[in-house]
Design a protein around this ligand. Structure first.
Ligand SMILES: [Zn+2]
Length: 213
């Protein structure tokens, strides 16, 4: 295997969280008696705390990009949502690249991917602009020694959510240590504190070395 010189990341991705941005305390979570039964809610909830037809509760985190140290392996829930929902570049936050073959994504094989990968891959990583895709391939330490694809997806459809699943007990909500990944429409979304929006990459064209130029 050839050795690549490891370049230090030159930019902090738009979606990265910072150590000075703190998440909400669990004691702000309440049981809401909504249509269809109890669901997870905030004590002082705002309409902007929920997303989509399933009205999924979104994890709250301070919005202080630049405070403390960047946390490259931990995305900020609100910025991930904005980038993934509005198809903004995950690195610079500007519009992601789109051409006749679709939106530009970087994807790598994960254990739960279908054999058709990268077709029908589920991803929480928002799209990219061409400039940032080139920089990511050159600099991202996670992309070394993994099977990655630079691709275009014509139909990156909204698929679902991941986050911390909560179960209602006699003592209130009990959080689980392991994150859950749930599709839109799943009943268990009522107990999810979401941190990532997922898209399913459909009608994929792999862009070999086609990023140059
Ligand atoms: Zn960009």
């Amino acid at each position: 295997m050839s050795e690549y010189p490891v370049r230090k990341p030159s930019v902090v991705p738009y979606v990265a969280s910072w150590s000075g941005e703190l998440a909400v305390f669990e004691n702000e979570l309440v049981v809401q008696l909504a249509r269809g039964g109890p669901r997870l809610g905030y004590r002082n909830e705002r309409p902007s705390d929920r997303s989509g037809r399933d009205e999924v509760l979104w994890g709250r985190m301070d919005k202080l990009p630049g405070a403390g140290r960047p946390q490259y392996d931990c995305m900020h829930p609100a910025r991930q949502y904005i980038a993934m929902y509005s198809m903004k570049c995950q690195i610079c936050g500007q519009s992601a690249s789109r051409n006749e073959d679709g939106w530009l994504f970087l994807d790598w094989r994960k254990p739960y991917d279908p054999p058709t990968w990268p077709e029908r891959s589920l991803t929480a990583m928002p799209p990219l602009c061409e400039t940032c895709a080139r920089v990511s391939v050159a600099e991202c330490p996670h992309l070394r020694n993994t099977e990655i694809a630079v691709l275009r997806a014509r139909t990156p459809r909204l698929w679902g959510f991941s986050g911390t699943p909560y179960t209602l007990t006699a003592d209130g909500w009990k959080g689980h240590e392991q994150d859950a990944l749930l599709p839109c429409g799943d009943r268990r979304l009522r107990g999810l504190l979401a941190s990532c929006l997922y898209r399913e990459l459909r009608n994929v064209t792999v862009v070999g070395g086609g990023l140059a130029g």
